[in-house]
Design a protein around this ligand. Structure first.
Ligand code: GAP
Length: 513
């Protein structure tokens, strides 16, 4: 646990030190759970967004993308159920006066049991060496089986109580598990209450005519209310999808874990409209598709797992999370939800407008069913960033900090260095930059010894460093150094573009999906 915390602290400080993420309004001591993306962070975020958009919209001829407003008619949120049901269960500790999400307190408790399982696995792996079979160990070691059973029982009960809105039982569960406030250490809890997560605001200048609005808590509703507009103008035939990337806002009670849970964040969502009755098949397909997208980035299959929901949101008939192993354990990264025809039917009811599709094959009209994929861009950023940060021991006994970002996502693709600041080397380095900058983000650096410049780019996540030396003036070759292996090779300047492109082009990575 302490190790995990240390690792997470390193991630946060590295993100700041290397210009990836800053706290919002830092000079005013910051704003809780609100962050700014800095010069490198904005690039990384843009690249993740583009990787998702291309995989969804460009690679699928039956998916189109839109960009809808953050403000929507207030009735949208009444129809979608967010006004009545978008709540978190809250509990206060009377001694520390701190407020918590009751379900998170219970989940933190089970995470501690999970950490015990991890410890047992690590111990056994050490004991058995190469012959260790993790799956068999998890299934047969009595202590681990008991731990897992305890976790399952607790989470099942929590899921049921939340689904039935039985807040008294959630409170009882906290009592029975002897959960204490992390600040005061006491069990002096209030009752559990519901708290709506939407931010309210007003449209209009005068107090009496101003209209109450919400900042959207998900981008999905902008897609639902435009379903027919897109279907008609795009002449889309079911099955088809509408994708969108944009900001969403939630007044999170427990805002912590850096950019994992923020009050203002970005979602990448896709609603896939299908024939009623085919939802199970599409749900499975999209679970598989989305996992393939994740795996294509090479962050390691062992860092992902599916988690089927016990507690379903008010709109879903099946739901699963893709969980990722963050520095603080496995947590939700993406949701895949079978949303039935709930949203479109509700919007029909509240707007009085038909939102139906005439199926030429079936010769009938129906309200389509929907399978949704929804991923937080900021969470994906954290997954990529935290997984890539390594403290590597080198053969000569020293260490280096390296950010092994997937090359396709790296903010800067190559740094160009003149070996010395004279003899025409800076000029040639600039010539190379002027050639490469049309295709890639490139960076020039002439300060300090080359070894130091390499280390700076390693920590920055730059996949290639190109060094221009005196030989370059004669034979138009340079040394290119690979970030991950630290291998260096001599290549012709004229080959640089093709070589870098092979490593960083979206096409090369998307083809792995
Ligand atoms: N339209 C469905 C929907 O919004 P969700 O599970 O509430 O479902 C989808 O959110 C994704 O949005 C999550 O898997 C997560 O990646 C991201 N997300 C949700 N709340 C977030 C927050 N407060 N901060 C950052 N990302 C968040």
């Amino acid at each position: 646990m302490a190790n995990q915390e240390d690792q997470f602290k390193k991630v946060i400080s590295h993100a700041k030190e290397y210009g990836y993420v800053f706290q919002s309004s830092e000079i005013y001591d910051g704003l809780s759970a609100v962050y700014d993306y800095a010069q490198n962070g904005a690039e990384l975020k843009k690249n993740i967004r583009e990787y998702w958009w291309k995989a969804m919209v460009q690679m699928n001829d039956n998916i189109v993308g839109i960009d809808t407003a953050i403000f929507m008619h207030p009735t949208v949120w009444k129809a979608s159920g967010h006004v009545d049901a978008f709540n978190d269960p809250l509990i206060d500790n009377k001694d520390s006066k701190k407020r918590y999400r009751a379900d998170v307190l219970v989940e933190d408790y089970t995470a501690k049991i999970e950490a015990k399982i991890d410890k047992e696995v690590a111990k056994a792996a050490k004991r058995f060496g190469d012959s260790f079979d993790k799956d068999q160990f998890l299934a047969t070691n009595q202590r681990v089986v008991d731990y897992q059973e305890k976790i399952n029982t607790i989470l099942k009960r929590l899921g049921k109580s939340l689904e039935n809105e039985d807040l008294v039982d959630v409170r009882n569960l906290i009592d029975e598990l002897d959960i204490v406030c992390p600040i005061s250490g006491s069990k002096n809890w209030t009752d559990v209450k519901q708290f709506n997560l939407m931010f309210g605001t007003k449209l209009g200048a005068s107090a009496d005519s101003a209209m109450d609005l919400y900042l959207r808590p998900e981008t999905a509703q902008g897609i639902f209310v435009n379903f027919l507009n897109v279907q008609k103008t795009g002449r889309m035939k079911i099955p088809f999808g509408i994708a969108q990337v944009g900001k969403a806002f939630r007044n999170e009670i427990v805002a912590r874990q850096f950019i994992f849970r923020q009050r203002e964040f970005e979602q990448m969502e896709m609603q896939f409209f299908i024939q009623p009755g085919t939802q199970q098949e599409w749900y499975e397909k999209w679970k598989e598709n989305r996992m393939k997208w994740h795996l294509s980035l090479g962050l390691g299959q062992e860092n992902y797992r599916f988690h089927d929901h016990e507690k379903l949101a008010h709109y879903a008939d099946a739901a699963a999370d893709i969980e990722f192993k963050f520095p603080f354990g496995f947590k939700e990264l993406e949701g895949i939800h079978s949303r039935t025809n709930f949203d479109l039917s509700q919007h029909e009811k509240f707007s009085g407008k038909k939102l139906q599709y005439f199926d030429n094959d079936l010769k009938e009209s129906y309200v389509p069913y929907v399978v949704e994929t929804s991923i937080g861009l900021d969470r994906m950023f954290l997954a990529v960033f935290s997984n890539s940060l390594e403290e590597e021991e080198l053969e000569n006994g020293t260490t280096r900090t390296v950010l092994k970002l997937p090359a396709v996502l790296a903010p800067t693709k190559a740094a160009v260095f003149p070996l010395v600041k004279k003899d025409g080397l800076p000029e040639l380095a600039h010539e190379i930059i002027n050639e490469l900058k049309w295709e890639f983000n490139v960076f020039y650096d002439e300060k300090d010894a080359v070894g130091k410049r390499y280390r700076r780019q390693d920590a920055n996540g730059t996949p290639f460093c190109i060094t221009v030396d005196h030989q370059s003036l004669e034979d138009k070759t340079v040394t290119i150094r690979h970030r991950d292996t630290m291998e260096q090779e001599r290549v012709a300047i004229s080959d640089l573009k093709t070589m870098i492109n092979k490593a960083v082009a979206m096409k090369e990575w998307l083809m792995k999906i």
